[in-house]
Ligand binder design. Structure first.
Ligand SMILES: Cc1cc2nc3c(=O)[nH]c(=O)nc-3n(C[C@H](O)[C@H](O)[C@H](O)COP(=O)(O)OP(=O)(O)OC[C@H]3O[C@@H](n4cnc5c(N)ncnc54)[C@H](O)[C@@H]3O)c2cc1C
Length: 375
């Protein structure tokens, strides 16, 4: 049996950030992931500067051998309509490749990593968690993304009563010819809202890589919506005719739609496992990292007592950071009037800058989560 203080399932941004924090405070962490890193993750790979700040990432060091695409402007529109160009004086976001970003975070976590280790069994004996009949610890953290086995263990009805965002994406390195003829400016991601306002698509160039995708708060006919979107992009000459590889899909929960219990006796969920992605943008990396830091603070403050009463502060901290949840809406379909109004608003330069980009996508109203004091 391999004993540690904490077992973390999932080595994505949430798992590795929490692991690093706990390791720095002297806890022995076992970090398990079913994949071998570097691995791909379905994602557009867009992070705000607050993510880099919270993680204390040295940008020069990061960019020395990885893609770090500065973003200084955006194009936003409703699919098929004229776009609005929003420009900034400075860098307001970055494009990263998840295979590189996640591997970087994992390597600098400093903890013992067990890759190629899918969770096959979870049991608890005398207040000690035992994973795969081999790893044991008094505390278990679920960071395995939307389909996290720890979330299931806590009773999450994955794929049943939950209403996740579903999305498809492809990222590929352009050939010299594709690169020359691609009109997408690397410093300007392009966002395209669907006419029914249930989602949006994007074209995002990171150096010589092109990332194209679409996500929706509606599982119906996703592939049809994605095909229509890509055909529209091709028709408008924004992306190459011959996109290599197939689109990959994934699902995850937005904060307000996530009914999951995030803690129990000796166990916590962080990141997508807890269902924390931002409601409007679907951005999940920042909430994954912030929840990891908040969980680590709760754990360090608990000083080895992981009873529900000692872990409850984590849920409170999430609420303080991400807000109270609104009552669940039965139907995500905006009315025709709202769609019409949104069409008008999306053409407004003021709305695009101050609401869509600054508030929904950059979260400029919220400073980076840094300097968490421990009691
Ligand atoms: C198409 C798409 C585009 C997106 N674009 C963006 C974006 O541009 N910016 C942004 O901020 N967010 C984006 N998101 C959301 C973002 O990808 C997630 O919110 C983020 O990856 C959550 O991080 P995490 O660490 O919680 O989980 P993950 O990154 O999913 O990591 C979970 C880890 O757990 C491991 N795991 C899973 N099951 C098991 C198991 N049974 N046993 C062991 N290990 C397991 C997996 O291998 C994985 O490494 C996007 C999502 C999608 C689907």
């Amino acid at each position: 049996m391999e004993k540690s203080d904490v077992i973390i399932i999932g080595a994505g941004p949430a798992g590795s950030s929490c692991a690093r924090q706990l390791h720095q405070h002297g806890l022995k962490v076992s970090l398990l992931d079913k994949s071998q890193f570097p691995r791909n993750k379905v994602c557009a790979g867009w992070v705000t500067p607050e993510v880099m700040q919270s993680l204390d990432i040295d940008l020069d060091d990061y960019a020395s051998s990885r893609v770090l695409q500065p973003i200084r402007s955006f194009r936003t529109s409703r699919i098929g309509s004229r776009d609005v160009y929003t420009q900034y004086d400075d860098v307001v976001s970055y494009g990263i490749r998840r295979s590189e970003f996640d591997h970087y975070l994992l390597e600098r976590s400093g903890v013992e990593c067990h890759m190629n280790e899918p969770v096959k069994s979870i049991r608890r004996d005398n207040n000690i968690w035992i994973i795969n009949d081999h790893f044991s610890a008094p505390l278990l953290i679920g960071a395995g993304g939307h389909f996290c086995p720890v979330a299931r263990h806590l009773g999450a009805h994955v794929g049943a009563s939950e209403a996740p965002v579903t999305a498809q994406e492809v990222e590929f390195e352009m050939t010299e010819q594709q690169s020359k003829s691609c009109p997408v400016d690397a410093e300007t991601p392009e966002l395209f809202f669907t006419p029914d306002l249930k989602g949006y698509g994007w074209v995002f160039r990171k150096g010589n890589f092109l990332n194209i995708g679409l996500g929706r708060q509606d599982r119906n006919k996703l592939s049809m919506h994605v095909d229509n979107f890509i055909n529209e992009l091709k028709r408008a000459g924004r992306v190459p005719e011959n996109i290599p590889g197939k689109l990959n899909g994934h699902a995850y929960l937005l904060y307000n739609d996530a009914p999951r219990r995030v803690y129990d006796d000796g166990v916590l969920l962080i990141g997508d496992s807890a269902g924390l992605a931002y409601q409007q943008s679907g951005e999940g990396i920042r909430p994954a990292i912030e929840s990891a830091l908040l969980a680590a603070k709760t754990i360090i403050d608990a000083k080895g007592n992981y009873s529900p009463a000692h872990l409850a502060g984590y849920e409170t901290a999430l609420r303080q950071r991400f807000g109270d949840k609104m009552l669940p809406q039965k139907n995500h379909s905006p009315s025709r009037l709202k769609c019409l109004l949104a069409g008008i608003l999306l053409r407004s330069k003021w709305f695009a800058r101050h609401i869509v980009i600054n508030r929904w996508f950059l979260h400029q109203q919220q400073a980076a989560l840094t300097d968490l004091k421990h009691t």
